[in-house]
Design a binder for this molecule. Structure first.
Ligand SMILES: [Ca+2]
Ligand SMILES: [Ca+2]
Length: 472
């Protein structure tokens, strides 16, 4: 007992020290975004080839390193908490542990056991042959990994370069996965091959019923090596793609479209390309870079903390050592401006945005192509330290009760403050009932809903709150 208490006290002290250290994390540089001063500092150092950074439902930063390790990083202290080192990852040149998605399969399953699904894609060796696979781990908090991983897709041909692979959870709760051409260039145009594609899968690995071709995981084709994927709140999907010695690309991803590789590089501007593009309805990129810059992680910034970045794509760039802001016009079909930031930190590969509007960038200086600084690789935090979040404070003001619970045909929602919308969500996170409350008391019609667990969500000027509801 004493031992446990002493251990706990030590842990608390270490935590407090780490928090203090984080508060004193030295400014590495500052730069202006419009009239905003953005400060860059290091959240965590001495890492090895960060490939993915993702904001988790546990409000930790989840990270993959190409050698095979998955970790959770405390955004307050920078403490790196290893989750697992995957034993069968083969790291060789560009191959290894790559993209990751962390999500809640059941948003209403609250503690004592919060359960997350952790999807990762990585290269492995099967009887001497390098391949690629997509697996799903189950993680429980507290407790850690739960059971062995589920293999969703394997035996994807691979080589030590052009492996992709970014993962993206779409709003419809399907998964996109980019694959490289694995140097098998013509396969990018072969719809029967998984290489040079963006694939779309259900969360159990099966083929969504509404994919472009029935029974096929192929969502788009004609890709060389896409390593950035993002979906905007309006549903539009964008990707970054490595070109050969010319024509790196940003593409708008549209179901069933052909993106040209290897017959077309960048725009359909050469005579041979133009005829191929016409014959094959090729989707041209929105912007290109020649000479190439090696574009990787792609995210969308839409937070008031850095107003000058709102509504823009942010791109992590490897070869040209920078972060590039890409503005979008109202149609989403053109990129009027490209602006570079954050030079001087080497190769940048991974990027994500936190709900507080901070941008996290992972360096890739130990990937064999960089010149690592002593403390590389690092997670850099970009933030407006003058920004005071008001929304998070207001979010605590929205309270409501729902009764009876369990409920049968209907339930009553009693709000403490006005809300503008009520939603009933099913286990898959889909809204099955919507209501616009008038006053503080609203009756929800539950007739026709299958018995089971649901989530009632209220949203208004005071923020958002959720309650569990059992329907009998
Ligand atoms: Ca293309
Ligand atoms: Ca071209």
């Amino acid at each position: 007992m004493m031992k446990t208490l002493r251990l706990l006290a030590t842990l608390l002290l270490l935590g407090a020290l780490a928090k203090q250290a984080a508060a004193q994390a030295p400014t590495l540089t500052t730069f202006a975004v419009g009239s905003t001063t953005v400060t860059a500092s290091a959240l965590a150092s001495n890492l090895t080839t960060i490939w993915e950074l993702a904001w988790g439902p546990d409000n930790f930063l989840w990270m993959t390193e190409r050698g095979g390790r998955i970790s959770r990083v405390d955004p307050a202290t920078g403490q790196v908490l290893p989750v697992v080192t995957i034993p069968d990852v083969t790291e060789n040149n560009e191959s290894g542990l790559l993209g990751m998605v962390v999500m809640e399969p059941c948003p209403m399953c609250v503690p004592p056991f919060a359960t997350y699904w952790v999807f990762v894609v990585y290269n492995y060796t099967d009887q001497g042959v390098l391949k690629e696979k997509l697996v799903r781990y189950t993680y429980r908090s507290p407790g850690g990994l739960f059971g062995p991983p589920l293999v969703l897709l394997d035996n994807i041909p691979a080589t030590t370069t052009h492996s992709g692979s970014r993962l993206l959870l779409l709003a419809d709760r399907t998964l996109l996965m980019s694959t490289g051409d694995a140097q098998l260039q013509p396969q990018a145009q072969n719809l029967a091959s998984l290489n040079g594609k963006i694939l779309r899968l259900n969360l159990d690995g099966t083929v969504p019923a509404d994919n472009p071709t029935a029974g096929s995981r192929v969502y788009t084709f004609g890709h060389r090596n896409p390593q950035g994927l993002v979906q905007l709140p309006n549903g539009r999907i964008y990707s970054s793609e490595h070109g050969p010695n010319n024509d790196d690309e940003i593409n708008k991803i549209e179901a069933g479209r052909n993106y040209g590789w290897p017959n077309v590089e960048g725009y359909c501007n050469l005579p041979a390309e133009a005829s191929f593009c016409t014959a094959n309805n090729v989707r041209e990129p929105l912007t290109t870079w020649t000479p190439t810059i090696a574009p990787a992680g792609l995210t969308y910034y839409n937070h008031p903390a850095i107003p000058g970045w709102q509504g823009s794509l942010l791109l992590a760039v490897l070869k040209d050592h920078k972060l590039t802001q890409l503005t979008l016009d109202a149609t989403g079909l053109s990129i009027p401006t490209r602006t570079d930031f954050l030079t001087g930190f080497g190769r940048l590969r991974a990027i994500c945005v936190s709900p507080a509007g901070r941008v996290y960038v992972g360096t890739s200086n130990r990937d064999g192509r960089g010149t690592p600084a002593a403390t590389d690789d690092r997670i850099l935090v970009l933030e407006n330290r003058a920004y005071l979040p008001t929304a998070t404070r207001a979010a605590t003001k929205l309270h409501f009760d729902v009764f009876p619970n369990p409920a049968h045909q209907q339930a009553t929602v009693q709000l403490a403050v006005p809300a503008t919308q009520l939603r009933v969500l099913d286990l898959a996170g889909r809204a099955v009932r919507l209501a616009s409350p008038i006053g503080l008391r609203t009756t929800l019609d539950l007739a026709g809903l299958r018995p089971g667990l649901y989530l009632v969500q209220a949203e208004g000027a005071a923020g958002r709150a959720t309650r569990r509801l059992v329907v009998e």
